[in-house]
Design a protein around this ligand. Structure first.
Ligand code: FAD
Length: 475
């Protein structure tokens, strides 16, 4: 016979494990099924390891190229990449232990194995009973449930015909575990992940070329941000080729080099490097989980849900990367909490995706919340824009990094803040003030009336808010 639960969660990534904790807090008998490692992509192949590598790259670049400016002599600085990887692995392992501890604390039953939904069966007349093929060779488990949350996440995708072998042609998964750095790399895709890797590898001393299909890098961000990012990273020495249609069939792998062609402005051009990184997006993990045994709908590869995260089978929910939209860890975890609270009968407002901050942890960093200036105009808003550069912020000069700016887009008629876009050092730490302002429906005047401490980078928000009405002080 199977074990019975109020809630079973399929997938122990950020979305899944946070949902499990919230379910346990609400007194629901909860089980979590994970086939690899608790923490999922974010902890093992995404947010945390990539940011640990980015931090090492920043420290190396600072010591090598900027320390002298601070009066610190760092002659003979060198990089020990094996220690960079060791540090990254230690951070991941510490956090993994933390998540494992939280599961124990919440008395959540964790099943280590591959889970799959059954159709109506002797265990339940409803589809969704989970059969778990246990990892350690133990007998399969059968989990009978009142509610299921699918949180199986996503994996890297490639271009049709471009095979990722994780030796010469890498995905972000393979790149994270490189033992040595290549001398050069071609990155296919100039979106968030591509730009983080481009910035990091460049700062580690790798020669980087980015091929982007769209006519600008990070095409989902405000145009001014894309332009500034391209300008600043090009100045550092990264080569960008935009409007580049990569031709997968031209891939040639020879010992120690990878060559691929791309159509650029009607011409076919060749790009060679020691390695290639493919960062063209992620596809949902919907295969092999038994969707065919249910009425769950999949469109364009993603599970379809209502604002409550219920699928067509109302007792089965889906959250996180597997449902598409903004594929971010904080989105997955908030969707997980919302799904569990709906199961528990709590009445919540649906998640407002316009209020979710998006960050890129390159150097410089990018962060944004709300819509871009272009989107605002397309949507018919009469906009006023306040822009303020870090160059005029004292703390930026003290920190030795005054590139970038903050841009606030407001609606001229209502004074609502429609979007805030930032590029510069530490902006991923500054964006939450903008997010809070939008959630609380603050006007630019109210943001500017918040007295920001001096000297601090946060002063840029006050100044950009004043700039919306042409009243910035230091410009
Ligand atoms: P996942 O984290 O992918 O977890 C899904 C889990 O389900 C996995 O552990 C998987 O093993 C398990 N699973 C799948 N199928 C089964 C099955 N049949 N049975 C049992 N278990 C199963 N987001 C940010 O917000 N900030 C960042 O800085 C950031 N950086 C990133 C950097 C990189 C390089 C990448 C690749 C991603 C990054 N992301 C970042 C995105 C973030 O990692 C994802 O949005 C987040 O992990 C999604 O969480 P999830 O729970 O939906 O899925």
């Amino acid at each position: 016979m199977g074990r019975e639960y109020d809630v079973v969660i399929l997938g122990g990534g950020t979305g899944g494990y946070v949902a499990a904790i919230r379910a346990a807090q609400l007194g629901l008998k909860t089980a979590l099924v994970e086939k690899e490692m608790l923490g999922g992509t974010c902890l093992h192949k995404g947010c945390i390891p990539s940011k640990a590598l980015l931090k090492s790259a920043e420290v190396y670049d600072l010591a090598k190229n900027q320390a002298a400016e601070f009066g610190v002599d760092t002659t003979d600085v060198s990089l020990d990449f094996s220690r960079v990887q060791e540090r990254k692995n230690k951070i991941v392992s510490q956090l993994h232990q933390g998540v494992t501890g939280l599961m124990k604390k919440g008395k959540i039953d964790v099943f280590e194995g591959l889970g799959r939904m059954l159709g109506p069966s002797i265990f339940s007349p409803m589809p969704g009973t989970i059969s778990v093929e246990m990892k350690n060779g133990e007998e399969n488990e059968m989990l009978i449930l009142k509610h299921l949350i699918i949180a199986t996440g996503s994996r890297p995708k490639s271009l049709p015909g471009l095979e990722i072998d994780e030796v010469d042609v890498l995905s972000s998964d393979g790149a994270l575990s490189m033992e040595t750095l290549p001398k050069s790399i071609v990155i296919v895709g100039g979106g968030v992940i591509g730009i983080e890797w481009a910035s990091m590898l460049h700062d580690f001393g790798v020669e980087v070329t980015v091929l982007e299909y769209a006519d600008r890098i990070i095409p989902t961000e405000d145009e001014d941000i894309s332009k500034e990012m391209k300008k600043l990273l090009s100045k550092k020495g990264i080569t960008f080729v935009t409007s580049a249609k990569v031709l997968p069939e031209t891939l040639v792998k020879e010992s120690g080099s990878v060559t691929i062609s791309a159509e650029v402005s009607g011409e076919t051009k060749e790009y060679s490097a020691e390695k290639m990184l493919v960062s063209v997006g992620r596809q949902a993990n919907v295969e092999g989980i038994g969707v065919e045994n249910t009425e769950i709908e999949i469109v364009n590869g993603f599970i379809q849900t209502r604002p409550t995260f219920q699928t067509k089978e109302h007792h089965i929910y889906a959250i996180g990367d597997v449902i598409g939209g903004l594929q971010l860890a904080h989105v997955a975890s908030h969707e997980g909490i919302a799904a569990v609270e709906h199961i528990a009968g709590l009445k919540n407002e649906p998640i407002d995706y316009k209020m979710i901050s998006r960050c890129i942890y390159s150097s410089p960093e990018v962060s944004s919340v709300g819509i871009t200036e272009q989107q605002a105009k397309e949507q018919g808003f009469n906009v006023s824009v306040g822009k303020f550069p870090f160059m005029a912020i004292g703390k930026s000069l003290v920190n030795g990094n005054s590139d970038g700016f903050v841009k606030i887009i407001a609606d001229k008629e209502t004074d609502d803040i429609l979007g805030v876009h930032m590029i510069g050092s530490h902006v991923t730490e500054l964006i939450s003030e903008a997010g809070l302002a939008m959630v609380l429906d603050a006007t630019p005047w109210e943001v500017a009336s918040t007295i920001h401490p001096h000297p601090s980078l946060s002063e840029v928000m006050g100044e950009a808010a004043l700039a919306v009405d042409g009243k910035a002080i230091h410009m």
